[in-house]
Design a binder for this molecule. Structure first.
Ligand code: GRF
Length: 210
């Protein structure tokens, strides 16, 4: 089976990128990360990519109107099958979403629709969770559509919080979950097991990677 070709978009630390690269290697997933694109040249995730010998590109998003055209060009040039947003903090241009409908996935550090949508990103999510005093949070992998955190949900996993968890503890615990969930979703995509219908997804049965 030919591996699917994945472009990962990042803005920061890139621990989810690293988890994906490790899972591909360890579980021999039929997936190849063909390039990593960051909107910030200082993003530490670029170092992680280089360590794994993955080609990197930097595309500052205020670089003008062409950014959608440029991004689409890079995606197509690398024959990308799937785009993974792994801590990418910019909006994906509509022309990319149209061309890659149900082929762009994002990981969000809460149980969507809670603590999701405009303004809910990074530590703000975990601070919101702490302030509201919810007892359960988690992570969500979803397809990206034009609306923030609103596309069809692929996978979710919940996490029961401890009384004394602070926002930084919550972030760490959720990240650990994310590092399992994102590679799992990519593996399901690669196996052609995700069916989207009426804004919902169904994961078809099949052989799970251990
Ligand atoms: C993760 O919490 C992810 O859910 C969110 O941004 C964070 C990125 O972390 N979208 P990292 O860069 O993968 O370490």
């Amino acid at each position: 089976m030919q591996p699917i070709r994945v472009t990962v978009l990042i803005s920061g630390n890139g621990t989810n990128l690293e988890a994906l690269l490790m899972a591909i290697k360890e579980k021999q997933l039929p997936v190849q990360v063909v390039q990593v694109i960051s909107n910030r040249k200082e993003a530490y995730g670029l170092e992680r990519a280089k360590k794994h010998r993955v080609p990197c590109r930097v595309m500052p998003v205020d670089a003008g109107e062409n950014h959608g055209t440029q991004l689409l060009h890079w995606l197509e040039e690398a024959s990308t099958d799937l785009v993974v947003l792994a801590g990418y903090l910019k909006k994906v241009p509509q022309e990319v979403l149209s061309r890659y409908e149900n082929r762009v996935i994002n990981i969000h550090p809460s149980l969507i629709p809670a603590f999701a949508g405009p303004g809910w990103y990074g530590m703000k999510v975990h601070e919101g969770v702490w302030t509201r005093g919810v007892k359960v949070t988690g992570a969500t992998v979803h397809f990206v559509n034009g609306e923030m955190d609103a596309g069809p949900i692929i996978l979710q996993e919940a996490l029961v919080l401890e009384e004394d968890d602070q926002p930084a503890d919550i972030q760490q615990k959720v990240l650990t979950l994310e590092h399992r969930l994102l590679p799992q979703a990519v593996a399901f995509f690669a196996a052609g097991r995700i069916v989207v219908s009426d804004g919902r997804t169904i994961i078809k049965s099949g052989v799970d990677h251990p």
